[in-house]
Design a protein around this ligand. Structure first.
Ligand code: SF4
Length: 363
């Protein structure tokens, strides 16, 4: 049974207001660890903010800046410690078959290794493509490879753990046309990394497979957590923003989430819900709470407009800081009430938390 949606007045606002403003405005900073495009909705430079990872747009005209270890707003100290994440040593290595490691996987935050195992998507035709996604833009720019082999990922993961203290790994994939939606290849990648680096927790991310046994394969391969990302629970919003994925009914996602919770455990399954796609905020918060009650962590994240996306071509802008703080604060209040913490995912985006303000609000 879902509790009442908390009002904005019931949640802490001070740090969350700064964190939400930062997520929307971005920051003036030299960020050695940064990504500009790729799969999903994030565009960011990586900081440590009060000791937590924060993925924040780099914006030379932002009122926020990072100086001498502090976050400043209009030149005044906010009282928050901030420093850019340093370039990891594994970026300077090259695989035995001649591919630079940083084309195979990237550092996120200060302890997450992230890779897109298949850098193409069967839904990339402009009529089907998610409007916030630029998965093939990095491939076209020569910044990554089309497919990462399990052996390459095992090699990079071992080095990232050894040289840079990476603590967990995210493996996402573009959607394949096959019924497993890419899950079977993900499972091979997980198995190879677990064999090379026993104990490295891995989150996998994919669409709901049409063959349900694929989820069990991922778990059996050694994945700790799984993200099955719907982005919005409003079908009209899905039709507009993710027209290809929107052909997969919400009921199919619900079935996949339930199977995944049975396999991986409660709070080892998550989904992105994007703030700023035009969904009614109360419905977004209510939907996030229902998912949390099912054991699915609702990773609410402000939509960002990446270079190379259809959203950028449309001239769309992201959500207001007020909306980010409101939605995030209310979802975090429910997560606190039911004892669901992102870090308990064990691996992946919700465990990292850098792309969301939820952890600043205690979620
Ligand atoms: S939340 Fe996910 S996408 Fe964002 S920085 Fe962390 S691992 Fe990367």
């Amino acid at each position: 049974m879902t509790a009442q949606v908390p009002t904005a007045a019931q949640v802490p606002t001070v740090d969350l207001a700064i964190r939400a403003d930062l997520a929307v405005q971005g920051v003036r900073v030299e960020a050695p660890v940064r990504r500009r495009a790729g799969a999903g909705p994030s565009d960011d430079g990586h900081l440590l903010l009060g000791g937590r990872g924060a993925a924040v747009p780099v914006n030379p005209s932002s009122r926020f800046s990072v100086e001498a270890g502090s976050l400043l707003l209009d030149g005044l100290d906010t009282g928050l410690e901030a420093e850019p994440v340093g370039r990891p040593a594994f970026y300077d290595l090259v695989t035995a078959d001649g591919v630079p490691y940083n084309q195979l996987a990237r550092l996120h935050g200060d302890g997450v290794l992230a890779t897109t195992v298949i850098q193409t998507c069967t839904r990339y035709d402009p009529s089907e493509r998610c409007r916030f996604c630029a998965i093939e833009a990095t491939l076209d720019a020569g910044l990554t490879t089309r497919v990462k082999t399990p052996a390459q990922l095992a090699e990079v993961a071992a080095a990232a753990v050894r040289l840079d203290g990476v603590r967990h790994m995210v493996m996402t994939t573009g959607t394949t046309a096959s019924p497993d939606r890419g899950a079977r290849f993900l499972a091979r990648c997980v198995a190879a990394v677990v064999a090379a680096v026993p104990g490295l927790a891995i989150q996998v991310q994919c669409e709901p497979p049409e063959e349900p046994e694929s989820l069990a394969l991922l778990r059996a391969a050694g994945a700790t957590a799984i993200g099955i990302h719907i982005e919005s629970l409003d079908q009209a919003v899905r039709n507009r923003w993710t027209p290809g994925k929107a052909t997969v009914p919400i009921s199919t996602y619900e079935r996949a989430w339930r199977v995944a919770v049975a396999l991986f455990g409660a709070n080892r399954v998550s989904t992105y819900l994007l703030i700023g796609l035009g969904e009614d905020p109360d419905e977004l918060v209510g939907g996030a709470m229902r998912l949390a009650d099912l054991g699915v962590y609702p990773f609410v994240v402000p939509m960002r407009v990446l270079e190379g996306t259809l959203a950028a071509a449309d001239g769309v802008t992201g959500p207001s800081a007020e909306m980010v703080a409101d939605v995030t604060g209310r979802v975090a209040a429910h997560l606190r009430a039911i004892g669901m913490l992102g870090e308990d995912q064990g691996a992946g985006c919700a465990a990292c938390g850098a792309c969301s303000a939820l952890s600043s609000a205690g979620g």
